[in-house]
Design a protein around this ligand. Structure first.
Ligand SMILES: [Zn+2]
Ligand SMILES: [Zn+2]
Length: 128
């Protein structure tokens, strides 16, 4: 179970200032380089999309799961639920995506590797 207190802490970390004193540039990710999180072990990240996906899987402590409001479909990505809903349930509601997402569940990430002191924002800010 995740208390609201935990979620608050999580939000605080993700909005932390990007500037990290004493952090060497070897820890800053660039296209094609390894994930900058110590102990992660991912050797090469193709691009920003790849890094964001990887970050969500390994370096976010809380994973959100979005449920379709009309069936048992579940996805980690809200956009997948939108797409699913359009295709499966109602092609006429193209513009009204807010009705497609039902329950949102928060789960502890079992694969979590603490990226501290890095955040996705800090890593992306220093790229190139
Ligand atoms: Zn990583
Ligand atoms: Zn559905």
């Amino acid at each position: 179970m995740i208390s609201s207190g935990d979620l608050f802490v999580f939000t605080g970390i993700s909005t932390m200032q990007a500037r990290i004193p004493g952090l060497g540039y070897d820890r800053i990710w660039q296209r094609g380089y390894a994930c900058p999180v110590q102990g992660c072990g991912l050797q090469s990240v193709r691009d920003v999309t790849d890094l964001k996906r990887h970050w969500r899987e390994k370096h976010e402590e809380i994973i959100a799961k979005f449920h379709c409001s009309a069936c048992s479909y579940v996805s980690k990505r809200k956009s997948n639920v939108f797409q699913h809903f359009r295709l499966r349930h109602n092609g006429n509601m193209l513009g009204n995506s807010s009705e497609s997402v039902g329950k949102v569940e928060y789960q502890h990430n079992k694969q979590f590797i603490d990226p501290y002191p890095l955040t996705l924002e800090s890593v992306l800010r220093y790229k190139d």
